[in-house]
Design a protein around this ligand. Sequence first.
Ligand code: PLP
Length: 218
Amino acid sequence: MSIAANLGGITARLPPSVTLIAVSKTRPAEAVREALAAGQVHFGENYAQELRDKADEVGKGPIWHFIGSLQRNKVKYVVGRASLIHDVDSFALAEEIGKRSGDRPTGILVGVNMGESQKSGVAPAEALELCKAVMALPGVRLRGLMTIPPATDDPEGAAPCFAELADLAARGRADGLPLTELSMGMSHDWPVALRHGATMIRVGTAIFGARAPREPAT
Ligand SMILES: *Cc1c(COP(=O)(O)O)cnc(C)c1O
């Protein structure tokens, strides 16, 4: 299947209110251009330098999302290129994003950790506190929550995590927080996430095909 056919198969099943983020990590700029030519606009990367290099190589067209866990010393590669940073899990990280953004605020999602296997994200019990804290930062604009559920063989296994994230966002909204976006769902489980109210799904393999294992980070 071609990138265009894969994209078409997914978008045909999405309500127009849901944003499909094509996760282009490890793919060359050429693959991004191919998806762009097929009408895809939103792209996601999870390594800061890779986002910088690909965004600069592709140039105008894509709206970039940073979906990986972000170290503070790499914020400089992402701010100004990514329209939304998905996995903000500490006040210090939000502060650094805000500082680098200056008077052009960067959109952020607070990343919520739903299982021990994840290396990023705040505990559900602390997520809304972090949301309230980042509201005080002029350089960031809080837009919602994201999660990466622990891996399960059965996509339905992620359902409780998606439900919990949706519930957390509803509680935050009731408290006045602007948690409109729910970034959840990947190639194998996005239909489950959709059922639980995802507004953004992050899909790599089902669009671009299987990834080669990544070289060790340098
Ligand atoms: C790689 C990645 C995805 C996409 O995963 P696929 O299974 O290839 O769809 C989604 N979200 C995050 C955070 C990722 O790192």
